[in-house]
Design a protein around this ligand. Structure first.
Ligand SMILES: NC(=O)C1=CN([C@@H]2O[C@H](COP(=O)(O)OP(=O)(O)OC[C@H]3O[C@@H](n4cnc5c(N)ncnc54)[C@H](OP(=O)(O)O)[C@@H]3O)[C@@H](O)[C@H]2O)[C@@H](O)CC1
Ligand SMILES: Nc1ncnc2c1ncn2[C@@H]1O[C@H](COP(=O)(O)OP(=O)(O)O)[C@@H](O)[C@H]1O
Ligand SMILES: [K+]
Length: 502
């Protein structure tokens, strides 16, 4: 596998930056074709390393330079004695000089696609890369569907065809790759949303370029993974005490939703908060204390008790199970008016959408895509079409830090490079999982982390705990409570876990 110079391991780029990097690389090599030659050769080496036994290779080539990479790979496979066929749509002969040159150098068979693909051991997807620009037409869709229906595994070159490499969305059909080998730099859109069901295992071929080709080009986003946790989670000072580890106040738990605030409080304790208080409905206090005697629970009908609890808190999480009735609205307004480090989730976000209050400085909001859509006045599908843009729009509109949850959680704040979490799994799509995240982030805030770092580290810690819990017993049936021991584990120990690059 090809790992050369990686300028900054978590750096993610968009296609506009990649075009500039490619241009700088072509200038420094003095020849654009050299880049394509290296791309095709790296991909061939990867294919050989992963599927050494593959004898029959089908390379599906598009009309652009991604197709050009495919012809270079096909030529290597041919020279290595493999049975190779390039398949392309009628009319998809290479259009540009680079790809045409690569196609002319390939001496093997080229067949036009008609309904089905030949039998083979591996399919190489070289249909579209970063030049993919619109939903596929019927003929292209039929080809993509034939690739996906074929039993052979797929190696995608640069981008699984049909995935938008900037936004992570799939406007029509997209190739389901077993692996994707990215060229030159990692792409932001392959780390979030619908893309995650298409990329398979991601690897990076940097094409032996020097770091100078990245000069003056800032990454669009940063990928964060469990190995990054020690960046934020230094060991505790030996002489710390419960006060120095922060007091969290969790507000919520309307009638019928008492479990939400209990999960939030428990997660805050398991993420290292020194003290956790809960302001909830009276009838939830006894069950909460019987499960979680370390918490201090208050009935908040008494205005003085609420005032004192708000005053004592180092960080406040408001929203889990809060409801949107008068009780919840009153608590929401008091929490927002408190000017304390604040986290808003669930019903606090629904209330924010209908009663926009100016949030205190450095507040964190943790919407799922549905909540994000309500806050932005758009549809959930529009949020998912461009999760980076939605997170950025929320951070601007509400002047806060945003954790846009879901596959490939995006953390955004004004003047910060957005971060995308390379952990988490669909087992976490279950009621109560977001309440756990609220407790984690509030605990990190109370321990002194700034809002953007607490949001990033908290989303990562939560996702890592979710992955560990899913690894133990599977994704289906995973419960938010299953994360609790793992939150403690990842908040303390060397969190390195071998993982595929995402
Ligand atoms: N430049 C370099 O130095 C290097 C580049 N490299 C490689 O080049 C790739 C980028 O190449 P690229 O820019 O030619 O775009 P590419 O992804 O092949 O697609 C464009 C073609 O597809 C077409 N098309 C798009 N969408 C479509 C749709 N839905 N349905 C149908 N057609 C559609 C589009 O048509 P048009 O929109 O122009 O009508 C155009 O013809 C990059 O990912 C990497 O693999 C490496 O070799 C390293 C060096
Ligand atoms: N498919 C998925 N992949 C990764 N993480 C997921 C996935 N589905 C849900 N999650 C995570 O689980 C949590 C669910 O939160 P949320 O939807 O607010 O649940 P609830 O409101 O029921 O507590 C979020 O942190 C989200 O990122
Ligand atoms: K491709």
């Amino acid at each position: 596998m090809s790992f050369d110079v990686i300028p900054f391991a978590g750096a993610l780029h968009d296609t506009a930056s990649l075009r500039r990097i490619e241009a700088a690389a072509a200038r420094s090599l003095g020849d654009s074709h050299e880049l394509m030659r290296r791309a095709g050769q790296s991909a061939w080496r990867e294919l050989l390393a992963v599927w050494p036994q593959a004898q029959r290779v089908v390379v599906v080539c598009g009309p652009g330079n991604n197709g050009g990479d495919g012809y270079v790979l096909a030529q290597h496979a041919q020279q290595a004695g493999r049975d190779v066929q390039v398949v392309r749509l009628p009319g998809d002969a290479p259009r540009g000089d680079l790809a045409r040159r690569a196609a002319e150098a390939y001496t093997g068979r080229v067949v036009e696609f008609a309904q089905s693909l030949p039998a083979c051991d591996v399919i190489v997807d070289a249909l579209f890369g970063i030049g993919f620009s619109r939903a596929p037409d019927d003929a292209t869709r039929a080809l993509i569907e034939a690739v996906n229906a074929h039993p052979a595994p797929v190696l995608a070159l640069d981008v699984p065809s049909g995935v938008d490499a900037d936004r992570g969305s799939v406007p029509g059909a997209a190739v389901d790759a077993a692996r994707t080998v990215e060229f030159i730099a990692s792409k932001s859109g392959l780390r979030t949303g619908a893309a995650l069901d298409h990329v398979g295992t991601l690897t990076l071929a940097t094409l032996q370029l020097g770091v100078d080709v990245f000069d003056g080009i800032a990454p669009q986003a940063e990928r964060i993974a469990p190995v990054d946790l020690p960046r934020w989670l230094a060991p505790r000072r030996r002489d710390s005490h419960k006060g120095s580890n922060g007091r969290v106040l969790c507000i919520g738990g309307e009638h019928g939703s008492g479990g939400a605030i209990m999960l939030c409080a428990q997660a805050a304790l398991r993420s290292g908060a020194g003290l956790v208080e809960v302001a909830t409905r009276e009838r939830h206090i006894a069950p909460l204390l019987s499960r979680l005697p370390e918490a201090m629970a208050h009935e908040v009908g008494d205005a003085r008790a609420l005032h004192d609890a708000l005053d004592r808190a180092d960080a406040i999480a408001v929203g889990p199970g809060l409801g949107q009735q008068d009780w919840g609205l009153h608590l929401y307004e008091r929490a927002v008016a408190s000017a304390k480090p604040l986290l808003l989730d669930a019903d606090a976000l629904n209330l924010l959408a209908i009663r926009p209050f100016a949030l205190p400085a450095d507040a964190v909001i943790t919407p799922h895509p549905g909540e994000a859509a309500r806050l932005l006045g758009i549809t959930t599908a529009q949020v998912q079409q461009d999760r980076f843009a939605a997170a950025r729009a929320l951070s601007e509109r509400y002047a806060c830090v945003v954790v846009l949850k879901g596959a490939g959680t995006v953390v955004a704040a004004a003047h910060e490079t957005p971060r995308v979490v390379a952990a988490g799994n669909p087992g976490m799509a279950v009621g109560g999982m977001g309440d756990v995240l609220s407790g984690v982030i509030a605990a990190l805030r109370a321990q002194g982390m700034n809002a953007f770092d607490a949001a990033s580290c908290g989303a990562l810690l939560h996702a890592a705990a979710g992955d560990a819990a899913a690894h133990e017993g599977g994704e289906r049936g995973l419960l938010p409570s299953d994360l609790m021991p793992w939150l403690r584990h990842f908040a303390n120990r060397d969190p390195y876990v071998p993982e595929p690059m995402r």
